[in-house]
Design a protein around this ligand. Structure first.
Ligand code: ATP
Ligand code: MG
Length: 174
């Protein structure tokens, strides 16, 4: 049997630092020569992190599977379709062994909002080759994902200037 060298990691919670933790790990993985796939669910746009990741050249592939619109209540068919197509693409890339690290940014949120089913996530986690590291980020990580993960970190908000009305700032949050 293939030896387990890589794991399933979750960054969740209501504080700041989930996506930045994943981005920090990409920095480290690139330094180690890993091939990286960074996928963002729900989001769409040339955020600073996307621009920065593109500077790594072909060592890092970036994909966005969201419309960028705010999902409130029932997600649209279009939004669901984009998320599911993304998940299919990730599954294929993962099974083809194209990447050492795959980041699924905001996937927990996508599950919470009902864009992706737990069954689909279960399938993804079960089919993960043991030499692929998966990072799942986003608030509200479902219990089943937490149970299946090897590393789970919850970032807890003690203070966030968002509550003072400070929106996402370029260079810090986007
Ligand atoms: P970062 O990317 O800075 O590491 P994160 O990934 O931990 O953050 P997300 O849940 O992805 O956090 O938050 C994304 C955005 O939500 C932030 O840019 C912030 O402006 C906004 N935000 C922060 N706190 C709240 C809140 N309590 N309610 C709604 N939006 C918030
Ligand atoms: Mg985030």
């Amino acid at each position: 049997m293939q030896e387990e060298t890589r794991y399933i990691d979750v960054y969740t919670g209501n504080g700041k630092g989930k996506t930045t933790a994943a981005l920090g790990l990409i920095l480290r993985a690139v330094g180690a020569g890993w091939r990286v796939l960074f996928c963002q669910f729900l989001k769409y746009g040339e955020f600073s992190e996307i621009k920065a990741l593109k500077k790594f050249g072909k060592q890092v592939t970036v994909r966005q599977y969201g419309s960028g619109g705010f999902v409130r209540g029932r997600p649209s068919e279009k939004e669901i379709g984009m998320a599911l197509a993304g998940l299919g693409e990730i599954m294929q890339a993962m099974e083809e062994g194209k990447y050492d690290l795959i980041v699924l940014d905001e996937i927990n949120t996508a599950v919470y909002l009902g864009l992706i089913s737990l069954k689909d996530i279960r399938n993804l986690l079960e089919r993960r080759p043991k030499d692929v590291e998966l990072i799942l980020t986003g608030r509200w990580a479902p219990e089943e994902i937490i149970e299946r993960a090897d590393l789970v970190t919850e970032v807890r908000r003690i203070k966030h200037y968002f509550s003072k009305g400070v929106p996402a700032r370029e260079g810090i949050e986007k």
